[in-house]
Design a binder for this molecule. Structure first.
Ligand code: F0G
Length: 351
């Protein structure tokens, strides 16, 4: 009777819904804010991880999708469509099932993690693998929703941003104040836009006494906001953020500038190092793209940009189980033993 009710019920007065809105929810949100011991030691700050992989489909996308599918249902839509690097499609597929809608997804061929493809498949989505990148998929999805009876549920749909801003509310509600710094991975730039909206709303209404500086990190091979120009052929092992032309470009720069923050890049090597650190030293298994926030924080600390004593939140956006290839690759292979205690003890170094 006391379980978290999902972001629409928990933050109803701050979301665009009415008493008669047919809420479609999987009880998303209410995710853990986990103190990060090793990162706190390394930076001399109080670092927390907002673990968004704990959402129903394993990523932060569920916050926006409960709103987008709820709105689509309210408007009588029978079908929804999205372009995706994997997580949006997994989320859209699941929420479409709850709403009794058809879900179509466009993904870049060969560039989405297997777990995410499995989710879209098992939820019964109609999947097209497009011979192009995410940006091409988004162009196609926009065109289809303009010309056919199908609602677009990408973050260019403003209600997605409304849902995702609730993560900032949860952080302030938990800490009692906004952090000094909020760190995020940036791909299509919807999430940094959403957090900034949430933080500024809480500050405007006096729920928080301040707003954080927003620090965004892109993968080096897919860093249009850092370069200041579209990246035609984006590349990175962090497939979730392999995006060359972010839809929320201007909003991301506004979040950066209004908050006094910055958007920088991290290499794939730095991403994987942070990915392993999170799993091996904090006990938090995330997907590679999610580790870009932590990689960025560590890079900034090494550059002397992090004054000690601050409160810092890093959002880790997706669950590690979605893309386990990187966990297995490069790790020592498990040893095989017979059903024999002495042999097992010896191999474990206990004997
Ligand atoms: N982290 C993960 C795990 C993601 O899936 C995404 C985006 C991001 C970070 C970046 O967030 O786009 O709001 O800046 N994934 C989208 C998708 C593009 O299709 O699932 P953003």
């Amino acid at each position: 009777t006391h379980q978290w009710r999902g972001i629409i019920e928990e933050y109803r007065d701050r979301l665009p819904v009415t008493d008669t809105t047919p809420v479609v929810s999987l009880r998303e949100g209410g995710t853990p804010l986990v103190p990060a011991q090793v990162l706190s030691e390394r930076t001399g700050c109080e670092v927390h991880l907002k673990v968004e992989g704990a959402n129903p489909t394993g990523s932060f996308k569920d916050r926006g999708m409960t709103m987008a599918i709820t709105r689509a249902k309210e408007e009588g839509a029978k079908a929804v469509i999205c372009a995706s690097t994997g997580n949006t499609s997994a989320s859209a597929a699941a929420y479409a099932v709850r709403a009794g809608m058809v879900c179509a997804v466009l993904v870049p061929q060969g560039k989405i993690a297997l777990g995410k493809m499995g989710q879209a498949l098992v939820h019964g989505a109609r999947i097209l693998q497009v011979e192009g990148n995410f940006d091409d998929c988004l162009t196609l999805a926009r065109g289809l929703s303009d010309n056919y009876p199908v609602a677009l549920v990408n973050s260019v749909n403003p209600v997605r941003i409304e849902g995702q801003k609730t993560a900032a509310f949860e952080i302030v509600d938990m800490l009692g104040e906004a952090p000094d710094i909020h760190v995020l991975p940036v791909g299509n730039a919807g999430n940094i836009t959403a957090y900034w909206k949430g933080y500024t709303e809480y500050a405007r209404d006096g729920v928080a006494g301040r707003t954080p500086r927003m620090w965004g990190f892109q993968a080096s091979g897919s860093a249009p906001l850092v370069r200041g120009e579209v990246v035609k052929d984006p590349s990175t092992i962090a497939t979730a953020i392999r995006i060359g032309n972010p839809a929320s470009w201007d909003f991301a720069l506004a979040a950066r500038d209004e908050s006094g923050g910055f958007i920088d890049e991290v290499t794939d090597r730095e991403i994987l190092r942070a990915y392993r650190l999170l799993a091996a030293q904090e006990g938090v298994f995330v997907e590679p793209a999610s580790a870009a926030s932590v990689a960025g924080l560590l890079k900034a600390a090494e550059q002397g940009k992090v004054d000690p004593g601050q409160t810092i939140v890093c959002t880790v956006t997706g669950n590690g189980l979605k893309d386990p290839d990187w966990a297995v690759a490069g790790a020592p292979q498990p040893v095989t033993v017979p059903v024999d205690a002495a042999a097992a003890a010896e191999r474990l170094g206990l004997a």
